[in-house]
Each structure stands twice: as structure tokens, then as C-alpha cells.
Design a protein around this ligand. Sequence first.
Ligand SMILES: C[S@@+](CC[C@H](N)C(=O)[O-])C[C@H]1O[C@@H](n2cnc3c(N)ncnc32)[C@H](O)[C@@H]1O
Length: 341
Amino acid sequence: MINTSLFLKPDRIVDPTGWVGHIPFAFWVIETLKPAVFVELGTHTGNSYFSFCQSVNSNRLPTKCYAVDTWKGDEHAGFYDDTVFAEVATYNENQYHSFSRLIRMTFDDALSTFSDNSIDLLHIDGLHSYEAVKHDFNAWLPKLSHRGVILFHDINVRERDFGVWKLWEELSALYPHLAFDHSSGLGVLIVGGNQNAGILEIAKEFESLSGQHLIKSLFSRLGHMVDLEYHSKTFPRDIEVRDTEINSLNMMIDELENNINTTFNFRFLRVPKPIKKLKNSIRKRLKKLQEKFFSKSKYIPLSELKKKSPKIFLIGNKANFLRLRCKLGLLLLIISHSFQS
Ligand SMILES: C[S@@+](CC[C@H](N)C(=O)[O-])C[C@H]1O[C@@H](n2cnc3c(N)ncnc32)[C@H](O)[C@@H]1O
């Protein structure tokens, strides 16, 4: 089961890195199957595709490789611009032009460019809804050869409307297989009836719990190492990006604090001039009103008024009521004006 390709070092890893945990398996499966034709449905920035190509190259195999993608994106991977295809095409041209072709079209349109029974290894990694992946599987199955193997990425994702796990449940009940849980899961479905000994051996091992545990652990540990190695290289860059973000957030906080202080000072500490004028004129009028009713005394307590004269008591009550209304009006004016400003 062990082969030397297992320990190849990836030549190229870029974002997004969701697939990189399966790179050791990609290296291994190419050396094991030695496919005459390998096709990938869904390549995006090329992490999976170029690891299959790297193994073809390093094992000096006569394999022909084809990457099919619109290079426009989809609802799950997100949509992206032409720079992605330009970078992938340049790398493909520089490294693997002798055996690898990029087919920029939909999976359905690309069907006619392959004969039936011609593909030995197919990797399905397009849109991940149940309907889409089932459609891709049914459409491409006739293209698989008698030693055909199909890989499905994301069999272990159960969020949004990913449905590869559901199709995998159905298919793995029908075909010999093995499956990995790490890096969102990878299913390996052995569909051809005349298989290579290496893949049959690993599928047999996978049938026992201990064998399954061993195979899963081996590939997930190797995949984890690839992931770690990549992230240890990008770590300084990631920290720089994070620090820049923290700095810009700090600047935003400072600006917001300044705004709050200015607003607070204006609303609560300084009363605008027109309001001050209004306040003073109302105060004067209030004073005049009071003087009109009670000569010099500002305010006569109710008990006093009652004793002096019931008539004056009545007038006093009216004056107090008037004064209260004026005060309330003033308060409302100030509040509404400060909210408007
Ligand atoms: C999940 S990404 C592929 C990830 C890639 N295997 C990797 O290693 O990172 C899915 C890709 O499939 C492509 N795609 C989805 N549905 C497609 C379709 N029907 N025809 C062509 N391309 C499609 C999208 O453009 C996107 O680039």
C-alpha cells in the first residue's frame, strides 16, 4: 500500500486551501492507478488538479490530464473574476503543458469531448448540492473505463445545502469504496469492474474497522502535515494582515470616540444661543406674570393663601398651574431642539 509518492512535497499551494489535506492521497492514487486519462470537474485555483499533475510528472506517467471548469465560480465556491483562470493557465502552461489541458466550459458541454469508457480517474468537485452532484455523477459515469475510479470531495459537509454526503450514502452502498473524513471528506468510489490490484487491496483493508482506522489515520496525518507546512509559511503574512486590520479598527474606534465626545458636548453641556434667548424671554414673562398676581412675593404657599382669602387662593392656584405649563413647554422646546440638531 505504501508508495513513494505519499511523501512528495507539494510544489504549489494557493488559497482557498479546503482541499490541501487530500494532496498526499492525490499523489498516492496517481502512482497506484497509473490512469491513462484523468479528468477533474471543478478546478478553481488548482490545488487539487495540480497535485494530480505533479504526481503524473514525478512518476513520469503517460497520463493525460484534463481540468474542466467555467472558471467563473458557483454558489458554494463563490464567484470570481478572470485573474483566477489567467493564473491557473499560466502555471499549467509553464509546468505541465505536455500532458495537461484546461477545458473552460460547463461540465455538460465538456461531455462531448470525451468518449464513453475512456476515463480511468474522475474527480467530481463542482457545485455541491445533492441535485448538482447527482447530475454530474449520472452524466459522467458512462465515460468511466473498466478500471474507473471516481473521487467525490466534501462528503463530510452537512451545512448550507451541501448534499454530497447524501449521494455518497446511496453510492457507497452499491460500489466498493473507501472514504476519508478529514478536510471536508473525500469519497473514493470504485466503479470499474476490472480494477487495479493496489486500489482493490486498500479497499479490502478498509472493510475491517482496524484497517479503516489505519488508512484514515495515515492519510489524515499526512494531509494535516501538508496543511501545517503551508500555514507555517503563510503565518508571518497572516499576522501582518491581522495587524493591519487591528490598526484600522483602532482608528475607527478613535474616530467614533471623537464623534461621540463632540455630540455629547454640544447636546448636554452647551445650550445653543437661540434656545438661551428663548429661555430668558420665557423666564422674564413668567416673572411678570407672578408679579402681576402676587406683587413682590414670588410664591405664596397654599396654606397661607387659603387662610388669607379664598378668592386669592383661586387666583394663586391658576397662577401656579400657568407657571407649571410654561415650564413644561420650555422643557419640551429644549428637548425637541436638541434632538433636531
Ligand atoms: C469547489 S470549487 C473546486 C475546488 C478545487 N477542486 C480545489 O482544489 O480547490 C468548484 C468549481 O467548480 C466550478 N463549477 C461548478 N459547477 C460547474 C459546472 N456545471 N460547469 C463548470 N464548472 C463548474 C466552479 O466554477 C468552481 O471553480
